[in-house]
Ligand binder design. Structure first.
Ligand SMILES: *Cc1c(COP(=O)(O)O)cnc(C)c1O
Length: 361
C-alpha cells in the first residue's frame, strides 16, 4: 500500500485521494471502453461526454449564468496575462490593474507589453500586508477592463469583497481561490484560474467569460489565444489537454459530493480559523497580514527566529507534513490549505507547530 502524506504545496497542489483513486481505477479501461481517457480522440463521443459533464458540473457549482462561456485552455494562468490584453485592450485604450502582490505584478508587467496600463491601486504602501480600500483607487474613466488578483498565492492576501467598477468589465485571476466558496459570477467580465491549485493538474486553465466581450481581439492576436475562436470551437480548436480536463471533471463531481461550495466555505473557514488561531496564539509564529485581508487558501507564517526554519521543516517532514517552505521571494513558511487539504491535515500541522514551539521552551 502506498502512503499518502499531508501536502501543503502551493501548486501543483494536493488532489482529493478519492479522485486519484477513481482516475487510477479508470486508467486502463475507462467505463468498459477498453482504453484510457488519455488515449481517446478528443472528438470521440466518449471524450465529448466527459468534457461536457465537466463544464456542466462547474456551471452548477458556481451557478454560472447562461451568457458566460466556459473555456478549458492551455498555458496556465500566466498565458492569460498576455491573452487578456490581446483580446480586450484596444491599441489606443487603457486597462486598470490593481497591484496586490507578485501575481498581480506579473499580470501588469505582461499587459504593459501590449498597451497602456494604469495601476489604479497598489498594496505597496502597506508593504503588501493589506489591500487598499476602494476609496483609494484611481480608476480610469474609460478603462477597457479592471484586472485584479482576488487571492495572492505568495503573499497570502485575499479580497473579502468584490470591487465595484460600474459597467467596466472586471477580470479576476482566481487561480488560488476559485471553488473555495460560493462566487457571484455575474459581477465579473471574466474569471480565470490555472488548474493546479483547486481544479486539477497543471497546464490547464479554466476561463469563464461573458459572451458580449468576445470578438474584439487584436488582429495580431494568435488564433490560439483568441477567446472567440476557443468559444466557437468548444475549446477544441486544437487538441485540448484532455486528461487534465477529465481530472478537473472528477474534482467538480467530488466537490458536488462534498455538498458544493457552501459546504466548502464552511470547511475552509474552519480550517483557516484553526491555523490562524494557532499562529495568533503563539509566541513563536506570526502572520503579518491585516486580519480582514488574510487568505483562506495560502497561509504564510514566520518563526520568530529564522535560524529555527531548517529544524522546523525537517521535523515537519518527519511527521509527514510536506512542502511548508515559504516562497523563495518571501522566506519563512507557507501552508497552502486548498479544498483537497482536510481539516485533519490542518489539525496535524497545528499539533506539530505547538509541539515544536514547546520544545523551544
Ligand atoms: C499559480 C498562479 C499563477 C500562475 O499559474 P501558472 O499556471 O503557473 O501560469 C498565476 N496567478 C495566481 C494567482 C497563481 O496562484
Amino acid at each position: 500500500m502506498s502512503k499518502r502524506l499531508f501536502n501543503f504545496c502551493a501548486g501543483p497542489a494536493a488532489l482529493p485521494e478519492a479522485v486519484l483513486q477513481q482516475a487510477q481505477a479508470e486508467l486502463l479501461d475507462w467505463q468498459g471502453k477498453g482504453l484510457s481517457v488519455m488515449e481517446m480522440s478528443h472528438r470521440s463521443d466518449e471524450f465529448v461526454s466527459v468534457a461536457e459533464a465537466a463544464e456542466q458540473d462547474l456551471r452548477d457549482l458556481l451557478a454560472i449564468p447562461d451568457n458566460y462561456k466556459v473555456l478549458f485552455l492551455q498555458g496556465g494562468a500566466s498565458q492569460q496575462f498576455a491573452q487578456i490584453p490581446l483580446n480586450f485592450l484596444p491599441e489606443d485604450g487603457v486597462a486598470d490593474y490593481i497591484d496586490t502582490g507578485i501575481w498581480s505584478a506579473k499580470a501588469i508587467e505582461e499587459a504593459e507589453r501590449y498597451g497602456r496600463v494604469n495601476v489604479a491601486a497598489s498594496a505597496k504602501g502597506y508593504d503588501y500586508f493589506a489591500i487598499p480600500g476602494q476609496n483609494d483607487w484611481r480608476l480610469s474613466k474609460d478603462a477597457a477592463y479592471v484586472h485584479y488578483t482576488p487571492n495572492e498565492t505568495i503573499g497570502g492576501l485575499e479580497f473579502g469583497w468584490i470591487p465595484e467598477v460600474g459597467d467596466v468589465p472586471l477580470i479576476a485571476d482566481m487561480s488560488s481561490t476559485i471553488l473555495s466558496r460560493p462566487l457571484d459570477v455575474s459581477r465579473y467580465g471574466m474569471i480565470y484560474a490555472g488548474a493546479q491549485k483547486n481544479i486539477g493538474p497543471s497546464g490547464l486553465v479554466v476561463v469563464i467569460v461573458r459572451e458580449d466581450l468576445l470578438g474584439q481581439a487584436r488582429s495580431l492576436c494568435p488564433t490560439m489565444l483568441d477567446y472567440s475562436v476557443a468559444a466557437k470551437n468548444a475549446s477544441m480548436y486544437n487538441t485540448p489537454p484532455t486528461f487534465g480536463w477529465y481530472l478537473a471533471g472528477l474534482i467538480f463531481k467530488w466537490l458536488k459530493q462534498q455538498g458544493g461550495l457552501e459546504a466548502m466555505q464552511r470547511i475552509n473557514d474552519a480550517k483557516q480559523r484553526t491555523l490562524y488561531g494557532a499562529i495568533d496564539r503563539s509566541e513563536l509564529y506570526s502572520n503579518p497580514i491585516n486580519t480582514s485581508d488574510r487568505s483562506w487558501m495560502n497561509v504564510p507564517f514566520r518563526l520568530a527566529d529564522d535560524r529555527l526554519d531548517k529544524s522546523f521543516l525537517a521535523g515537519a517532514e518527519e511527521r509527514g507534513l510536506l512542502n511548508l517552505k515559504g516562497h523563495r521571494s518571501v522566506g519563512g513558511m507557507r501552508a497552502s490549505i486548498y479544498n483537497a487539504v482536510s481539516q485533519q491535515a490542518v489539525d496535524a500541522l497545528v499539533a506539530y507547530m505547538a509541539e515544536f514551539e514547546q520544545k523551544q521552551g
